[in-house]
Design a protein around this ligand. Structure first.
Ligand code: 26Q
Length: 746
C-alpha cells in the first residue's frame, strides 16, 4: 500500500459535519483505494475454505493495522480533533455463531499474514447473529442489521454472478469480495442470494444455533446455495485454463470443508463432473477423493448433521440421487476391503431414508482432522474408529489457533509494547520468537502487573458504562465467555459463585481476595435450558451485587451482547480464564488461547486444547481440576447418581435455589426444568448428563486456591506471564502452516 498517498488524501479529507458512519465509509474507501487487489494464487494452486460462518468482527481497526497505517490514521484524525475510538460505534460483522466461525476468520487472517493462498467462501447474510439484550434477566434477541453501517470493505462482483437451481426455485448468487490483508492479499468471497423474494430469503439470516437444528429446508438451501456456487466457479475456472479433462483438478484446488455444512458441495462436484464435463462416476469420485478435506468440530451426537432423503429429494432430486449412488459405491469399496456388516452400517452415507453427512465427508476426504489432540484421539477411537482402521492415514490432528494480530497486537497494544521492549519486535512477524519472553520474566513482571491493571481498568470502565455495574480494578477478575451450552457448564460456575457467597456470608470463607466473575454468552433462541441459565446468572448477579455485607469482596456481572469486540476487551483485562467443560466434550476451545496469550491463567478441566495449554505453559502455572475423560467414562459405567452428591449441604443449598423461591423464572417453569435435568433427568438425557455436580466441589476448592495464591501478586503475575510467553503454539499462523504442509500442499 502506498502509505504516503493514502495519508495525504486522508489529511485532505473534509471531516466537517460528518457523522461517524460517513467518516467510517470514507476512510475505509480510501484505504481500499490504495490497498491493492486480492492476488491470484501463484503457481496456480490454492486452498479454498468453505464455511457457513465467518465471524470476522469489526474490520476497521484490524484492516488499518494490517495495512500498516493504524497509527498514522490515529494521528491524522487527532489533528482534526477526532478520537479514533469513535469508530468503536461501528458494530461487528457477526456472520458466525462462535468458535467455528471465528476460527475461519482467524485462518484467513493468518494465511494472508504468512503468505498462504487461502480463499474463503461463504454466505453474505443480511442479518448476522442476533444482538442480545437482557430484559429483567432474560435474553431477548434483536436483529443484527450490520449493513446499516455500510460495507466499505466489500466489492460486489455483479459480472461474476451465477444461477443456482433448485427444483422449485432459481436463485441468483452474487459474490461480494472482501480483501484479507497481510503479507499477501487474499479474499473472502461471500455469496448473496437475489432474484425474487423467495430467493432473497436464502441469504437473509444466519441460523443462530451452534448445534444442528433439525431438518430445516432453508438451512439445506443455504448449504447448497453457497457450496454449489463455489464449486461451479472453481470447475469453470479450471475448464477455462486447463480444458475439460478434470483429472488434474486436485493439482490446482484443495477444498477444505469447515464441518459438514458444505459437504453437500461434494455431491454437487460429482454431479457437475458427470453431467456437464463428461466424466464417469467412478473417475469423478476419485478426483473428489483427492480434492476435499474435512474438519470436524464436535463429538456431540446431536450436532452431527443428517438430512432426510425426502427433504433433499424435494428441492435437489439429482443431488439426492448422487448421494444414494455414492453410498452404494462406498459400500462396495468397503466390502471389498473386508469390512463387517456392522462396520458398513456404522459408516453408511445413506441408510433408511437418511443421509449422514459426516460419513459422506469421511469417506470422500483425503484428510479428516480434529481440532485438538484429545479431540482427534476421540475421533480416532470413537466417532470415526472404523474409518481410522480402514484408512489410518486419513485422520490427523490440527490443533486450533488464534491470530495473534487481532488477539494480542490489536487488542492489547500495551502488552505488545512491553514485549517489544523486552525481546524486540521480531515476534510480531514470527510468533515463535515470543518464547524469548521466558528469559526475562523476572525483569518485566513489574511492568506486566501495571499493564494488566491498566487493561483491567479499561475493561471495568467499559462494563460500568455498558452494564451499569461498578467494579474496582483492585478485584481479581475471573471470566467465562463463550456460547451458552450445558456442556460448557456455566451452570457449574453459577453454583460455585453461590457457594462462595454463602461462605462469605456465614464467615466460613475468610481472607477472601475481592473477586468478580464475568459471564458473557448468547444462547440459541430455542434452547430452553441455556436461556434458563442466563436468567439464573442474572438473578444471582443482582442478588450478590446488592448485598452490602459481601459486595466489597464478591461481584458478578453478565455482560450483554458478548461478541468479538467485547471479547477483545475481556481477554486483555482478565486474570483467570474459566474453561470448565465436561472432559471430552469441548473439541478445542479457542477463547482459552486468547486469554492465555494475554497473560491469564487457565482454571479448567483436562479438555480440548486446555490439555495442550498446560503442556506448553506448565501445569504449575495453571489450575486444573475435575474428572478427566476416563474418570467420566468409569463414572458413567458405574451408574453415576448425582442425587448422592446433593447430600453435601452447601452444594444442596446452591442447587436448591433453582426451586426454593430464592429466584424467579417468571412463572415459566424453566428453573424447575433445569433443576430436574440435574436430579431426575429426561427421556433424552440421564440426570446431570454433564457432571456439573460431580465436579462442583473440586471447582470451588480450586477457585479458593486461586484466590489465596493471588494474595502474592508477584508470583501470580509470573504464572500469568509464563502463559503469555508460551502461547506462540496457539497462534493460527502455526495451525495454517500445518494445514498448508500436511493437507493443502500449498
Ligand atoms: C448445523 C446445522 C443446523 C444449524 C446449525 C448448525 C451448526 C452451526 C454451528 C452446528 C455447529 C456449529 C458450530 C460449532 C462450533 O462452533 N464448534 C466449535 O468449534 C471450535 C473451532 O474448532 C472449537 O474450538 C469448539 O470447541 C467447538 O465447540
Amino acid at each position: 500500500m502506498n502509505t504516503e498517498l493514502f495519508l495525504r488524501d486522508l489529511q485532505n479529507l473534509d471531516v466537517k459535519n460528518k457523522d461517524v458512519i460517513t467518516l467510517y465509509n470514507e476512510i475505509s474507501a480510501l484505504a481500499m483505494k490504495y490497498a491493492g487487489d486480492p492476488e491470484p494464487a501463484d503457481g496456480g494452486r490454492s486452498a479454498c475454505y468453505l464455511s457457513m460462518e465467518f465471524l470476522v468482527g469489526r474490520g476497521f481497526f484490524n484492516n488499518l493495522m494490517e495495512l500498516g497505517v493504524l497509527d498514522g490514521v490515529r494521528t491524522v484524525l487527532a489533528q482534526k480533533g477526532i478520537d479514533i475510538n469513535v469508530f468503536e460505534e461501528i458494530e461487528d460483522a457477526a456472520l458466525g455463531n462462535g468458535g467455528l466461525g471465528r476460527l475461519a476468520a482467524c485462518f484467513l487472517d493468518s494465511a494472508a499474514g504468512i503468505g498462504v493462498p487461502l480463499y474463503g467462501y461463504g454466505i453474505r447474510y443480511k442479518y448476522g447473529l442476533f444482538k442480545q439484550a437482557i430484559n429483567n434477566g432474560f435474553q431477548v434477541e434483536l436483529p443484527d442489521d450490520w449493513q446499516r453501517f455500510g460495507d466499505p470493505w466489500s466489492v460486489r462482483r455483479e459480472n461474476e454472478s451465477r444461477e443456482i437451481v433448485f427444483a422449485d426455485l432459481k436463485v441468483k448468487a452474487v459474490p461480494y469480495d472482501m480483501p484479507v490483508f497481510g503479507k499477501r492479499i487474499n479474499k473472502l468471497r461471500l455469496y448473496q442470494a437475489e432474484g425474487s423474494a423467495e430467493a432473497e430469503k436464502i441469504s437473509e439470516y444466519l441460523y443462530p444455533a451452534d448445534d444442528t437444528e433439525e431438518g430445516k429446508l432453508l438451512r439445506l438451501r443455504q448449504e447448497y446455495f453457497f457450496s454449489s456456487a463455489t464449486i461451479a466457479e472453481l470447475t469453470e475456472n479450471y475448464r477455462k485454463l486447463h480444458g475439460s479433462d478434470f483429472s488434474d483438478f486436485h493439482k490446482y484446488y484443495v477444498i477444505q470443508l469447515n464441518d459438514t455444512h458444505p459437504v453437500i458441495g461434494v455431491a454437487e462436484f460429482i454431479r457437475l463432473l458427470t453431467t456437464k464435463y463428461n466424466t464417469d462416476f467412478s473417475t469423478a469420485v476419485s478426483i473428489a477423493k483427492k480434492t476435499f478435506a474435512y474438519t470436524n468440530h464436535t463429538v456431540l451426537p446431536e450436532a452431527l448433521e443428517c438430512w432426510r432423503e425426502e427433504l433433499v429429494k424435494k428441492i435437489l432430486p439429482e443431488i439426492a440421487g448422487i448421494m444414494v449412488k455414492l453410498s452404494e459405491y462406498a459400500v462396495k469399496e468397503l466390502t471389498a476391503l473386508g469390512c463387517t456388516k456392522e462396520e458398513i452400517s456404522s459408516t453408511a452415507i445413506y441408510k433408511n431414508g437418511i443421509f449422514y453427512m459426516a460419513n459422506l465427508a469421511v469417506y470422500i476426504a483425503k484428510a479428516v482432522n480434529g481440532v485438538a489432540k484429545l479431540h482427534t484421539e476421540i475421533l480416532k477411537s470413537d466417532l470415526f474408529a472404523v474409518a481410522n482402521r480402514i484408512y489410518p492415514e486419513k485422520l490427523q490432528n490440527k490443533t486450533n489457533g488464534i491470530t495473534h494480530r487481532r488477539w494480542l497486537e490489536l487488542c492489547n497494544s500495551e502488552l505488545s509494547s512491553l514485549i517489544d521492549k523486552a525481546i524486540g519486535r521480531e515476534w510480531r512477524r514470527d510468533i515463535s520468537g515470543l518464547s524469548k519472553l521466558n528469559g526475562c520474566v523476572d525483569a518485566v513482571v513489574k511492568d506486566f502487573i501495571a499493564v494488566k491493571r491498566l487493561k483491567k481498568q479499561q475493561l471495568l470502565k467499559y462494563i460500568a458504562e455498558k452494564e451499569g455495574v461498578e467494579i474496582s480494578p483492585e478485584f481479581l477478575v475471573f471470566a467465562q465467555v463463550k456460547r451458552l451450552h450445558e456442556y460448557k457448564r456455566q451452570l457449574m460456575t453459577a453454583f460455585a459463585v453461590l457457594e462462595l457467597y454463602d461462605g462469605l456470608k456465614s464467615g466460613a470463607i475468610e481472607n477472601f481476595y475481592p473477586s468478580v466473575f464475568i459471564f458473557g454468552a448468547k444462547s440459541a433462541p430455542g434452547y430452553r435450558r441455556a436461556k434458563a441459565i442466563i436468567k439464573f446468572i442474572n438473578d444471582i448477579a443482582e442478588k450478590i451485587n446488592s448485598d452490602s455485607r459481601t459486595n466489597d469482596r464478591l461481584k458478578v456481572v453478565f455482560v450483554s451482547n458478548y461478541n468479538v469486540s467485547y471479547a477483545e476487551k475481556i481477554v486483555a483485562g482478565t486474570d483467570v480464564s474459566l474453561q470448565v467443560s465436561t472432559a471430552g466434550l469441548e473439541a478445542s476451545g479457542t477463547g482459552n488461547m486468547k486469554f492465555m496469550m494475554n497473560g491469564a491463567v487457565t482454571c479448567g478441566t483436562m479438555d480440548g486444547a486446555n490439555i495442550e495449554i498446560v503442556e506448553m505453559a506448565g501445569r504449575e502455572n495453571n489450575y486444573i481440576f475435575g474428572a478427566e475423560v476416563d474418570e467420566i467414562e468409569r463414572a458413567k459405567k458405574a451408574g453415576y447418581e448425582p442425587l448422592k452428591l446433593l447430600e453435601n449441604p452447601v452444594a444442596k443449598k446452591a442447587v436448591k435455589t433453582l426451586v426454593d423461591g430464592t429466584f424467579s423464572d417468571g412463572g415459566s417453569g424453566d428453573f424447575r426444568e433445569l433443576y430436574e435435568s440435574l436430579t431426575v433427568g429426561t427421556d433424552w438425557h440421564k440426570p446431570d448428563n454433564y457432571f456439573v455436580l460431580y465436579d462442583l466441589q473440586s471447582f470451588v476448592d480450586t477457585i479458593l486456591k486461586i484466590n489465596a495464591d493471588y494474595s502474592d501478586k508477584q508470583s501470580f503475575a509470573v504464572k500469568q506471564l509464563k502463559n503469555a510467553a508460551n502461547s506462540s503454539y496457539f497462534s493460527s499462523d502455526r495451525t495454517i502452516k500445518e494445514y498448508a504442509r500436511d493437507i493443502w500442499e500449498v
